[in-house]
Write a protein that binds this ligand. Structure first.
Ligand code: 0O2
Length: 221
């Protein structure tokens, strides 16, 4: 088993390349979904996307936190979020439509789905998390690479990014009063998302073209 040495730039470069290609492929795939919807239906299910490759320091921290050996084998087999894509949508319905579109694809496999929208974390955190596997073809072999896709509304993203800052400002120990404020803000985010959806449904013309394609009504039961 090869141990990770942060000082060895060549070792890192060779290790990270399939992850970089997986990130590129996923970014193109998601942009294409949005472009197709815009071109055919004049609809944008995605507001914007953010992506990142986990830094070596962050990988080492996570291995330590999970009590895993500091080896490339361990990163490959046990860490699923080296590639991270965050998809920000206007409406919760867009998130579930995108989930269905991704689920039906032949070029990607969803291996895990954690629904923190229907089941928010106790602190109020909401998002739909998917762990996916995507094939990446290199000169010598085709690798199945894991990636994490997080889908959220703009409101959920706003909440998560502020909570993340507060979490680190207080060294992972947020004071109780702020925890309560964050819970309140999370409840307000749910209400805002519902309100915006109701207003957009009333206007009518921005109904998602995928509502029928993905049989969303059935999915939500
Ligand atoms: P970063 O820097 O965002 O990558 P694991 O992923 O195995 O550590 P877990 O809890 O099973 O553990 O994963 P989960 O619940 O799918 O959450 C993983 C990621 O979701 C986190 O990545 C965050 O990006 C986000 N997340 C989860 N819970 C919260 C939360 O309470 N607040 C905020 N702001 N974000 C959250 P990392 O690895 O923590 O960091």
């Amino acid at each position: 088993m090869i141990e990770i040495r942060l000082t060895d730039a060549n070792q890192w470069k060779a290790f990270i390349i399939p992850y970089k290609f997986a990130l590129d492929k996923l970014t193109i795939m998601i942009n294409h979904i949005n472009q197709e919807a815009a071109a055919l239906y004049d609809y944008n299910p995605i507001e914007h996307i953010k992506s990142r490759l986990k830094s070596p320091e962050s990988i080492l921290n996570k291995l330590e936190r999970k009590g895993l050996p500091v080896t490339f084998q361990s990163v490959t087999n046990d860490l699923f979020d080296i590639v991270g894509i965050r998809i920000i949508c206007s409406f919760v319905s867009d998130i579930y439509d995108l989930y269905e579109l991704l689920r039906k694809r032949q070029d990607l496999k969803i291996v895990e789905c954690k629904d923190y929208i229907r089941n928010p974390k106790p602190n109020g955190y909401q998002s739909l998390h998917l762990i996916v596997q995507i094939p990446v073809t290199l000169a010598s072999e085709t690798k199945q690479v894991y990636a994490e896709i997080q889908l959220r509304t703009m409101g959920m993203d706003f909440w998560a990014s502020l909570e993340h800052k507060i979490f680190y400002k207080y060294n992972r120990d947020i004071p109780d009063r702020l925890k309560r404020e964050l819970r309140d803000a999370a409840d307000m985010t749910v209400k805002l998302d519902e309100k915006m959806k109701a207003i957009s449904d009333e206007i009518g013309r921005i109904e998602s073209p995928y509502a029928q394609l993905t049989n969303r009504a059935q999915l939500q039961t």
